[in-house]
Design a protein around this ligand. Structure first.
Ligand code: FMN
Ligand code: SF4
Length: 359
């Protein structure tokens, strides 16, 4: 079945800055819990990414990789916090490229979004408090902390570039550090980094600028952002639009997501599709860079409809690809294929698979 009515098709090439992917499908970052205890890439990670790349997705965004080890969460997350990790990342990149996909490294500091993990010291955050799960103290960042953190993001991005990644994505969503600055529930600062959205977005912008300066103008930089925090008192859609428009000065594409760690489920109730489509459509009309919609993308016909009627450029999928890594190849053969993922949100890494249907 051909679901395409307009000029843009799901299997068109998609460009984000200098990155050209062979289709508009993106594997949205999905934590695999398969790195070793020191954040190193393992054969299991290589297997997962090879399978995804062979399965037809145009661009793979890696699971979040920590930019410093006290931002580590949860166990067996990948790291990009030190140079010794670069050679193994290079092998991962080669394996993905060999199978025809592009790979973008997602970089993060989990901060108050993290539980206690192995750390005694408080996590760094926008304001003093405790992590959402109540297990770890959080200390408000000083100016010096912010400079050091921006430098850590920049260094991690440079490592991704050295490893041959096709781009880097700054994790600005889901209640982790940068998203925390944006969210008034977590950000109670009374200095130039708290209060109105123009202040709350200051630190995320500083990180984006530092990353851009570290990798140069030609290297693709993406950012993942909440369309809203989805919680009472959190960042609103209108505020998020202000943030995204400002970030567009530093990045080549914006991935739209939603939800806040510890407050709401990773994505909406089972069966709800195109979760943040109206925000993404609005944003696409305002910024001159690609907007990738992630969250509840399940049917080609629905994504094609969005291509036909909005300026959205690409579609991120996490759970459906955790369940069927070859989903995109299936869709290439038959666009009416319905993925088996039922959006139950019971995914958690176990024995090399995230999907409960495989256990
Ligand atoms: C098991 C699991 C792990 C995830 N890990 C990450 C991550 O590392 N970074 C991130 O930005 N989002 C992460 N997400 C969120 C997804 O990227 C995505 O935004 C969300 O699942 C909605 O998309 P979907 O409906 O296609 O699953 C994860 C989601 C799941 C289910
Ligand atoms: S566990 Fe549920 S939501 Fe996750 S991939 Fe499997 S079916 Fe989909």
């Amino acid at each position: 079945m051909d679901v395409c009515k307009g000029e843009r098709r799901l299997f068109d090439e998609m460009q984000m800055g200098s990155l050209v992917a062979w289709n508009r499908f993106v594997r949205a970052a999905t934590y695999e819990g398969a790195a070793d205890a020191a954040g190193r890439i393992t054969p299991e990670i290589m297997r997962i990414y090879r399978e995804l790349a062979r399965g037809g997705v145009g661009t793979i965004i890696t699971s979040f990789a920590y930019v410093r080890d006290d931002g580590y969460h949860p166990a067996h997350m990948m790291g990009l916090d030190r140079d010794e990790l670069v050679p193994a990342w290079r092998e991962l990149v080669a394996c993905v490229h060999e199978a025809g996909a592009a790979i973008v490294a997602q970089i993060a500091y989990c901060g108050a979004g993290a539980g206690k993990g192995p750390f005694a010291a408080p996590a760094l955050g926008a304001s003093d408090g405790t992590s959402p799960d109540g297990t770890r103290a959080v200390r408000a960042m000083t100016r010096a902390d912010m400079d050091a953190m921006a430098a850590d993001f920049a260094a991690a991005a440079r490592r991704a570039q050295e490893a041959g990644c096709d781009g880097v994505e700054i994790h600005g969503a889901h209640g982790y550090l940068l998203s925390q600055f944006l969210n008034p529930v977590w950000n109670h600062r009374e200095d130039a980094y708290g209060g109105p959205i123009e202040h709350r977005m200051r630190f995320p912008l500083e990180v984006a600028r530092a990353v851009r300066e570290a990798v140069g103008a030609a290297f693709p930089v993406l950012v993942k952002i909440n369309s809203s925090d989805g919680v009472e008192g959190g960042m609103t859609e209108d505020e998020s639009l202000v943030v995204s428009e400002a970030l567009a000065a530093y990045v080549d594409a914006i991935e739209v997501s939603g939800t806040t760690y510890g407050k709401v489920k990773i994505a909406g109730p089972g069966g709800q599709h195109g979760l943040y489509a109206s925000y993404a459509a609005k944003l696409a009309g305002r910024v001159g860079i690609p907007v990738i919609l992630t969250g509840g993308n399940r049917l080609c016909a629905e994504m094609q409809e969005l291509l036909d009627t909005t300026g959205i450029t690409g579609f991120g999928l996490a759970r459906p690809l955790a369940s069927e890594p070859d989903l995109i190849a299936r869709w290439e053969r038959d666009a009416s294929y319905e993925p088996r993922c039922v959006s139950c949100s019971r995914c958690f890494p176990a024995a090399g698979t995230n999907c409960v249907l495989d256990r």
